[in-house]
Ligand binder design. Structure first.
Ligand SMILES: Nc1ncnc2c1ncn2[C@@H]1O[C@H](COP(=O)(O)OP(=O)(O)O)[C@@H](O)[C@H]1O
Ligand SMILES: [Mg+2]
Length: 346
């Protein structure tokens, strides 16, 4: 398949089954049979990632993010659908795919602790058939890039958690793969290390044209570095859009009316077509925050009615603006309801 995508997940399904097992109820002493259960970890998941692009997969625990990463790296086989890396089917061309993909899986201990970062990179480089001078130069370059140059000759066991994570990223990059998969790269790190890793991932994608799939449940990470974001919940992709568009997705529903004094809540009560109107009383900048229902007509009616009401109550209007939603809000709204498809996925 020829396409501009370097990674393409083509409508994959994956169901995991648990085994049935017997358990003794500690209260009654009776035997309980837990039946075999199934979990939908991926349900018709489809997206693509281009070179130079960071795609973020966002979702609550158990949504199926790691499963998606494992499917791209060939560690989990989809039940249905196919996964392509650089146009090659991951199932059929496993060896070639391994050369194209660098992966950091969440919570796995990739690095060898009694060795130094430099020795780790030499070891993994050799495994991946990068050798000699080229390997040494690349290892030194990577350690400098990620900020581990000073620590390159001390044992990994002495590194902080953030530094170990940085080393794991270097290991994934040692064979210079065009595709990088990062599963929760900043989870559990302090603000500084997390910032550093975000910056490095961003830099690497832009400067070297890497194609990055990053999973996270941290909206700030996603909002800051991702070009496009897919939100998954219970194995279903509920939204997949460029980050800015995703943030806009709900922004047409919340408006800020800046006024010259703090109104009494009864003055803004029961405005037609307005779902809620609340006062945010910051002394210098009082505002009425109005949430309206979806639909262009309703919105127009609601905005007119609000302005009318404010004028009627003698409030002077300073400005009206749409409130930009945080990704956290969008995420909560999309994942709160039981998973169902959102219109116009792309
Ligand atoms: N090997 C497995 N066997 C059984 N269930 C699994 C397996 N791997 C994942 N799951 C289940 O699939 C769902 C998705 O898991 P995962 O992809 O790890 O989610 P996430 O990374 O979004 O937290 C979870 O309910 C998890 O328990
Ligand atoms: Mg996970």
């Amino acid at each position: 398949m020829t396409q501009p995508y370097l990674v393409e997940i083509d409508h994959v399904d994956k169901t995991f089954y648990t085994h049935h097992f017997l358990q003794i109820d500690p209260d009654t002493g009776r035997r309980l049979l837990h039946k075999r259960k199934s979990v939908n970890a991926a349900c018709d998941i489809a997206f693509g990632i281009k070179p130079g692009e960071i795609f973020g997969l966002l979702g609550p625990n158990g949504a199926g993010k790691t499963t998606a990463v494992k499917m791209v790296s060939g560690l989990v086989r989809p039940d249905k659908g196919r996964v392509f890396v650089d146009g090659m089917d991951v199932e059929r061309k496993r060896l070639q795919i391994l050369k194209k993909v660098g992966v950091v899986l969440e919570g796995t201990r990739t690095s060898i602790w009694p060795l130094t970062p430099m020795e780790n990179l030499i070891y993994y480089g050799n495994l991946k058939n990068v050798k000699g001078k080229i390997l040494r130069a690349r290892a030194a370059e990577l350690l400098a890039f990620i900020g581990l140059k000073e620590k390159m000759n001390i044992q990994v066991r002495q590194l902080s958690r953030g530094e170990k994570q940085k080393l794991a990223i270097c290991i994934a990059l040692i064979a210079d793969p065009p595709v990088i998969l990062l599963d929760e790269p900043t989870t559990g790190l302090d603000v500084q290390s997390s910032r550093n890793i975000k910056d490095k991932v961003f830099e690497m994608t832009r400067e070297q044209g890497k194609c990055v799939l990053v999973t996270t449940h941290d909206m700030h990470v996603a909002q800051e570095i991702c070009d496009r974001i897919g939100i998954i919940n219970q194995g279903v992709m509920v939204a997949c859009k460029p980050t800015a568009e995703l943030l806009d997705y709900f922004s047409d529903q919340v408006f800020e009316f800046r006024v010259d004094r703090v109104p009494d809540p009864v003055e803004i009560d029961g405005i037609a077509n307005v779902r809620s109107a609340i006062v945010e009383a910051n002394l210098d900048d009082p505002m009425v925050v109005v949430t309206v229902d979806e639909g262009l007509d309703t919105r127009s009616e609601a905005l007119y009615a609000t302005m009318h009401r404010l004028q009627e109550r003698g409030l002077r209007l300073r400005s009206v603006s749409q409130r930009q939603q945080s990704l956290e809000n969008v995420f909560l709204r999309l994942t709160r309801a039981p998973a169902k498809s959102e219109p116009d996925n792309n």
